[in-house]
Design a protein around this ligand. Structure first.
Ligand code: DAH
Length: 362
C-alpha cells in the first residue's frame, strides 16, 4: 500500500502538491477551532502533525519529485507544519485562559437559589452597654474607664468595706498574688465602684461620670450568675445633689431603656459606700404586673435593675472635699441583667457561650 501512495504522489504535479498542503492547513485550522479540551488537542496533533499524519505524508512523498518541485513543496510543507504547531500552542493557551476566565466570572445564572450572606452584628450585651452609655451621655455624663486589676484599697477599703467587714461577703473575690509598685493586695475588681474613689481623688466637683467595665466574682455560675460580668457605675457629685436627682435621673434612664410609660421604685437597701442605700426597680414592661407566668417579673410587677444611693459623706471628705457642701448620688448596674430583661433572655450564661444559634437571634 505504501508503494501505491508513493506512486500516486509521483504523478502529482507541483501545483497539486501545493494545493494539497493548503487544503490540509485549512482543514486543520477549522478542526483545531472545535477542539475544546486537552484530549481533543492531542488527537488533533496526532492526526495532523503525527508520524503518519497528513502533513508528514506529504513531506515523505516529496523524495519522488524533481529537485525544483521538491524544494517548493518541501518549503511549503515545512512552513505549514510550523504554522500548525503555532496554531496548536495558541489554541491550548486560549483554552487555558478561557478556563481561568470562566472561573473568575462565571456567567450569571439567575435561576440558581441565592447564597445568603449573614452580616455580622453587635453582641446583645455590647448593644445594651452602648444604649446605656448613650442615654447617660445625652444627660451629660462622660464615660470613663478604669483598671480591671485593682487594689484592695480602692475596691474595698476606701469604699468603707474594711478587711473582716461582713459586707465583703457580698463580693467573692479573685485575689492576685503579685504586687504593683509594692502595693498589695491586688484583685480583679468585683465592681466598678472603685472608680468613684479614683475619679474623685483627681477631679473636683461638679462630677458627672459613667464607668463601664468588666468585673469578676469568684462564684459558682448559674442562670443569673457569671464569674465575669459587665457593670456601669454612675456618679454625680455637686452642690445640692439630692435623692430626688437620683430618682429623676434613673427614672429618665428607665424610660429611655424600657419604654416611655415606665415608673421607678426605690426600695431600701444597704451598701457601705452610700447612705441611704437603695435598690432601684422599674415596673414590668412585659405584663400588666400581676401575671405569675410572666418570665420577666414572675408576677411581682417590679424588676430590680440596680443598686444606688447617696454617696457616703466620708467618701466625699476622704477625697478632700467639704461634705457639707458637696453631695452626690451613685448607682451601679449589671449590663447583662439589663440585657436579659430587655431581650427576654433567661440564662446569663448563654451570652458568653458563643453559640451562634443564640447570638443570631438579636
Ligand atoms: N457596686 C455594687 C455592686 O456591685 C452596686 C452599687 C450599689 C453601686 C450601690 C453603686 C451604689 O454605685 O450606689 O453590687
Amino acid at each position: 500500500m505504501a508503494g501505491a501512495t508513493t506512486h500516486r504522489l509521483l504523478r502529482m504535479s507541483d501545483r497539486d502538491a501545493l494545493a494539497r498542503v493548503a487544503a490540509i492547513v485549512d482543514e486543520a485550522r477549522a478542526s483545531l477551532a472545535t477542539a475544546e479540551d486537552e484530549a481533543a488537542l492531542e488527537a488533533w496533533r496526532t492526526r495532523v502533525l503525527g508520524r503518519s499524519g497528513a502533513l508528514t505524508r506529504v513531506l515523505r512523498g516529496i523524495g519522488s519529485l524533481d529537485a525544483e518541485d521538491r524544494r517548493a513543496v518541501g518549503q511549503a510543507a515545512n512552513a505549514a507544519k510550523e504554522t500548525l504547531e503555532g496554531a496548536l500552542e495558541a489554541r491550548r493557551m486560549a483554552l487555558e485562559h478561557a478556563a481561568l476566565e470562566h472561573h473568575a466570572t462565571a456567567p450569571l445564572d439567575v435561576t440558581l437559589p441565592g447564597r445568603p450572606r449573614r452580616p455580622g452584628h453587635l453582641h446583645p450585651v455590647t448593644r445594651t452597654l452602648r444604649d446605656i452609655l448613650d442615654i447617660f451621655g445625652r444627660m451629660g455624663f462622660a464615660a470613663i474607664e478604669g483598671p480591671e486589676v485593682e487594689l484592695d484599697d480602692y475596691n474595698f477599703g476606701r469604699l468603707r468595706i474594711p478587711e473582716h467587714h461582713p459586707a465583703r461577703d457580698m463580693w467573692d473575690t479573685f485575689w492576685i498574688d503579685e504586687e504593683v509598685d509594692g502595693r498589695t493586695p491586688l484583685l480583679l475588681r468585683t465592681h466598678t465602684s472603685p472608680m468613684q474613689i479614683r475619679y474623685l481623688d483627681r477631679h473636683a466637683p461638679p462630677v458627672r461620670i459613667v464607668v463601664p467595665g468588666r468585673c469578676y466574682r469568684y462564684e459558682a455560675t448559674d442562670a443569673t450568675h457569671e464569674w465575669m460580668m459587665q457593670q456601669v457605675e454612675v456618679l454625680a457629685v455637686d452642690e445640692g445633689v439630692s435623692l430626688a436627682d437620683l430618682k429623676g435621673t434613673l427614672q429618665e434612664f428607665a424610660r429611655q431603656m424600657f419604654g416611655p410609660e415606665r415608673r421607678v421604685l426605690l426600695r431600701n437597701s444597704y451598701f457601705p459606700f452610700v447612705e441611704p442605700g437603695v435598690e432601684l426597680a422599674v415596673d414590668c414592661f412585659n405584663c400588666p404586673g400581676d401575671d405569675p407566668r410572666c418570665p420577666v417579673c414572675r408576677g411581682s410587677g417590679w424588676l430590680e435593675i440596680m443598686g444606688a444611693g447617696m454617696v457616703h459623706p466620708e467618701i466625699v471628705s476622704a477625697s478632700g472635699y467639704d461634705a457639707e457642701r458637696y453631695t452626690g448620688f451613685a448607682a451601679g448596674m449589671g449590663v447583662e441583667r439589663i440585657a436579659m430583661l430587655k431581650y427576654g433572655v433567661e440564662d446569663i450564661r448563654t451570652f458568653y457561650a458563643n453559640d451562634l444559634r443564640f447570638l443570631r437571634q438579636f
